[in-house]
Design a protein around this ligand. Structure first.
Ligand code: HEM
Length: 452
């Protein structure tokens, strides 16, 4: 085996590196990444191993996945709000739920979602006008939330969209703040954060339970995820309780909208900064799609659009870090880990590492061209995670992002209203540090189309 370098980042503080983690986390991750292949540090009493070599990451996520659980951030922190949904559950229970939900993400079903993805994007565009300033991240959040609700739950959440979006943001923020502190206070202690988060979750639950009750009262033709969860039975005939269905539903809402929305926001940001790449994308979309709807068949014929999305998720991976906890003592890269130690994997730093990428800071969709692609070390690219816990929604998200991007690009280019850089902030997702304000400018081709 290739030799790995090990570094122990020592701290004299009782709290360990909590200050660094509270500050600029991306800088901290980059510091870790500059130290070696396996870097040990401490937060409070937790010993964490940062993995910086693609082969070790592959081992933990894929080959040796059975030796690890998800990190406690998922299980405990997100679990407070998501209960035992797919993101937070483990073992046989997770396996059963994953098997149950997987078919809804197969290509056969995905094709049925394309029309909704397109028409929801058109509905958004109907509210845009040229030269008006939009908060693109907010637009993308609402759009992706609506798409998840309508495709997987056949639910219309327009009236509740703000409340759901707000509640899910609170859940992420609360988990993130707790994650950065050395001690995790239980939810029953009425800190302002806990009170706010509990209120948000109550609102969320009220909406989700209403959607479940309505469906139980009026079963539809049974072709969406919600019907599938309601109808699911164990061999002994046991069905899922409303609480279990709620946990899966909230998980899908949370996991399925902000990630895709952020991926699209960063993509529009990058395109606005790179007019030549934007022009190439526009050319492809105009040639393949023309004026008509973007269909599932088009998705396969838009390789450059896909390359743009892949490259955008390399520079701004929507989930910047994933964590694992070994079930028993393990060895990684020649380093021994106890079963209480934690593993930190940061796609963000791997995606920016000059050992695996030429000009890693540059936005170069061309690196994903078929003839170049073999040169890429696939183990240095993990936007959707990997192994058995790979994102269940990865194909859904790629199709959705392609349709949204192509539908918008067929009509508009988006111009930034300010030149100051937007800074990525790593919470559990990689968010922009402020509203991303952009002006839709009607494209020449679309103007001609509109005049016809
Ligand atoms: C660009 C968009 C997306 C990105 C980058 C993304 C990324 C990820 C990543 C990195 C993980 C693995 C976390 C880990 O291993 O600890 C994950 C898991 C998951 N994602 Fe996504 N995701 C996206 C969109 C979606 C969508 C659209 C859905 C659902 C509609 C979804 C549902 C889930 C679920 C349920 C899991 C947990 C799977 C399991 O543990 O079995 N995601 N996602």
């Amino acid at each position: 085996m290739e030799q790995r370098s090990f570094h122990h980042l020592k701290s004299t503080s009782l709290l360990g590196h909590v200050d660094l983690l509270r500050g600029d986390q991306l800088k901290f991750a980059q510091l870790l990444s500059s130290k070696g292949d396996v870097v040990r540090f401490r937060i409070g009493t937790r010993v964490i191993h940062f993995l910086n070599h693609p082969d070790d990451v592959h081992r933990v996520l894929v080959t040796d996945a059975d030796h690890y659980n998800k990190g406690p951030a998922y299980r405990i922190l997100l679990g407070r709000f998501l209960g035992r949904g797919l993101l937070t559950s483990e073992g046989d229970f997770w396996k059963r739920q994953r098997k149950l939900m997987q078919p809804m993400f197969h290509s056969k079903y995905l094709q049925n979602y394309a029309e909704t993805m397109y028409s929801d994007t058109r509905d958004l565009l109907a509210r845009w006008s040229t030269n008006q300033t939009r908060d693109i991240n907010d637009d993308m959040m609402r759009l992706t939330l609506r798409i998840v609700a309508r495709t997987l739950f056949t639910a219309d959440v327009d009236a509740d969209a703000s409340r759901i979006g707000h509640a899910l943001t609170e859940v992420l923020e609360s988990s993130d703040q707790t994650l950065r502190s050395p001690f995790w206070l239980p939810m029953w202690i009425p800190t302002p954060l806990n009170v706010r988060t509990k209120r948000a979750v109550e609102q969320l639950d009220e909406i989700i339970h209403r959607i479940i009750a309505e469906r139980r009262a009026n079963p539809n033709d049974g072709t969406d995820l919600l019907s599938m969860l309601i109808a699911a039975q164990d061999e002994d005939g046991t069905t899922m309780t409303d609480q279990q269905i709620r946990d899966e539903a909230v998980t899908i809402f949370l996991a399925g909208h902000e990630t895709t929305a952020n991926a699209l926001t960063w993509t529009f940001y990058l395109l606005a900064k790179h007019p030549q790449i934007e022009a190439q994308l526009h050319e492809e979309v105009a040639r393949v799609v023309g004026d008509g709807p973007v269909t599932v068949e088009h998705v396969r014929q838009l390789p450059y659009t896909e390359m743009v999305l892949k490259e955008s998720m390399r520079l701004y991976p929507p989930i910047p870090t994933v964590a694992r906890a070994p079930k028993h003592p393990v060895e990684i890269g020649g380093v021994q880990l106890g079963y209480k130690d934690r593993v930190m994997i940061t796609p963000y730093t791997l995606h920016h590492d000059p050992r695996w990428w030429d000009a890693p800071q540059e936005f170069r969709p061309d690196r994903w061209r078929k003839d170049n692609e073999q040169a890429i070390n696939k183990r240095a690219y993990w936007p959707f995670g990997g192994g058995p816990r790979i994102c269940i929604g990865n194909n859904f998200a790629m199709m959705e992002a392609t349709i949204i991007l192509a539908t918008i690009a067929a009509r508009y280019r988006l111009a930034l209203t300010e030149s100051a850089p937007i800074i990525p902030v790593p919470t559990l997702t990689l968010r922009p540090d402020r509203a991303v304000l952009m002006r839709p400018v009607l494209r020449q081709a679309a103007r001609i189309g509109a005049a016809d």
